[in-house]
Design a protein around this ligand. Structure first.
Ligand code: ZN
Length: 468
């Protein structure tokens, strides 16, 4: 092979090189002169060529009809980036998204240009999450991680909420029916959520929280509807120290439903009587969970209940609700009943009456503060109560008819046998949502009871049948 090369004259080499140079020039001119689908020229500054970066742009369809995901990647040595953003058939929406993306890139490239350390490597990453809501609403959450040579990356969030049918962007003003009163109520919820978050205690910038949650529309522009909550985003350092990172406040839709314009409201479940009222053949059972909420166990139980479309009742301790108000809200948002189980689980009959009643009232207040709803039933710890105490409690005092002894055996396999051996119609089953074994054994219990034709109802729903 080297023999053959040598035979080619220097003139031919020269011509070939000339041809390659001309072709490359022509191709470059074509690329740079128009915005092609595959390539895009980004200029942070027109004066120099150091900031001209060729990036790879590709568009793919997504799991959501009519929504495409654009990926924009550059492997540039000093200023690499990876960006994902949504695209629809609506030009106004696409322009708004692209403006954010272009601004982000230009800021990044110009910051890197200003960085004197020419060895320093930057990074820009914009990730995208898409959340559908109802028939044709979508929330897009773009999370930007920007590193321009400082000690830590900056993390910030940008959101877009659209009606996919009309293609239009929807603002927080529209979502709240352009009503300042709704805005004030919402601002109060967001502020309380931040101030009462036990994980933020030390790290919260108290004055900034007040400022960032003043009832101004501009304070609430970063929002998304994710599953059954309206979420608001706060950037790193905006309201808390870097240790705490960026913050998301989640308000259950069931809580803020009255603040939303009617087209965004959820259909609230009415606590109506079961469909088969008076049907003596309808089997029903009320599952109850005491001593929570618990960040892990309660959530697992909620997921299992959802799987069987089962409603249950959670008797909560005030002392735990104060630490986990989010979970209490989630329990309510998912259609369950919330009961009062005292503040910190004492034997009420051994306390002076005033203290016993205080256990009830303080928990009542804590639950109402957390979920914006009053607890509807009361269960004394250990079932220990008397007529004097009961006379002070204005809501039904409810014990149980099947004790699973889950607190004692702590065995997931033992939960079902203990229910099965004591099963009867209109039973109230006692369990605890603080033991992992209870959460693990629940699926088998629900599968069995459903197979036996039981309807899963709340305590308030089953009480009329028990009093007969
Ligand atoms: Zn208890």
């Amino acid at each position: 092979m080297p023999e053959r090369r040598k035979k080619r004259g220097p003139m031919i080499d020269f011509l070939l090189i000339g041809l390659i140079i001309s072709l490359t020039t022509i191709i470059l001119v074509i690329i740079l002169s128009k915005d092609d689908f595959k390539f895009q020229k980004i200029s942070a500054s027109k004066e120099t060529d150091t900031n001209s970066i060729t990036s790879n742009l590709s568009t793919e369809s997504s799991a959501f009809p009519g929504i495409r995901i654009v990926t924009d990647v550059s492997n540039d040595k000093r200023t690499p980036f990876a960006i994902h953003y949504p695209e629809t058939d609506n030009k106004a929406f696409n322009d708004a998204v692209l403006k954010y993306i272009t601004d982000s890139k230009e800021n990044y490239l110009s910051s890197m240009k200003k960085n004197k350390d020419k060895e320093a490597m930057g990074e820009l990453n914009i990730s995208l999450e898409t959340f559908p809501y109802q028939k044709h609403y979508y929330s897009f959450v773009l999370t930007k991680t920007l590193y321009t040579g400082g000690a830590n990356p900056d993390i910030s969030t940008k959101t877009f909420f659209i009606n996919h049918e009309t293609g239009k962007l929807i603002s927080i003003e529209t979502l709240l029916n352009n009503d300042e009163n709704n805005l004030s109520a919402l601002a109060t919820y967001v502020r309380k959520d931040l101030q009462q978050n036990p994980k933020l205690k030390e790290d919260l910038f108290k004055d900034d929280v007040i400022k960032s949650t003043e009832p101004k529309w501009s304070n609430f522009h970063r929002f998304a509807i994710v599953d059954s909550s309206l979420q608001f985003y706060f950037d790193e350092y905006e309201i808390a120290s870097g240790v705490a990172g960026p913050q998301t406040v989640k308000l259950p839709l069931s809580l803020i439903n009255p603040l939303l314009a009617s087209e965004f409201q959820i259909a609230m479940e009415k606590p109506t009587k079961p469909v088969n009222v008076g049907d003596p053949n309808q089997k029903r059972i009320a599952l109850t969970f005491d001593d929570g909420p618990h960040p892990k166990v309660t959530e697992q139980i909620l997921n299992t209940l959802d799987k069987y479309n089962a409603k249950a009742t959670f008797f909560m301790l005030g002392s735990r609700v104060q630490y986990y108000p989010d979970i209490a809200r989630d329990v309510l948002a998912r259609g369950h009943e919330i009961g009062n189980h005292s503040w910190d689980h004492p034997v009420l009959t051994k306390l002076p009456l005033e203290q016993a009643v205080n256990q009830y009232t303080s928990t009542f207040a804590e639950i109402e503060k957390a979920i914006n709803h009053k607890p509807t039933v009361f269960r004394p710890p250990y079932g220990a109560t008397n007529d004097t105490i009961n006379a002070q409690i204005p809501i039904p005092v409810v014990l149980w008819s099947i004790d699973t002894l889950d607190w004692k055996h702590r065995n997931a396999q033992q939960l079902l046998p203990n229910v099965k051996n004591n099963i009867h119609n209109n039973a109230i089953v006692l369990m605890h949502d603080i033991h992992q074994s209870t959460a693990d054994g629940l699926d088998a219990v629900l599968a069995y009871l459903q197979g036996q034709g039981y309807e899963f109802v709340t305590v308030s729903e089953i009480l009329p049948y028990r009093q007969k």
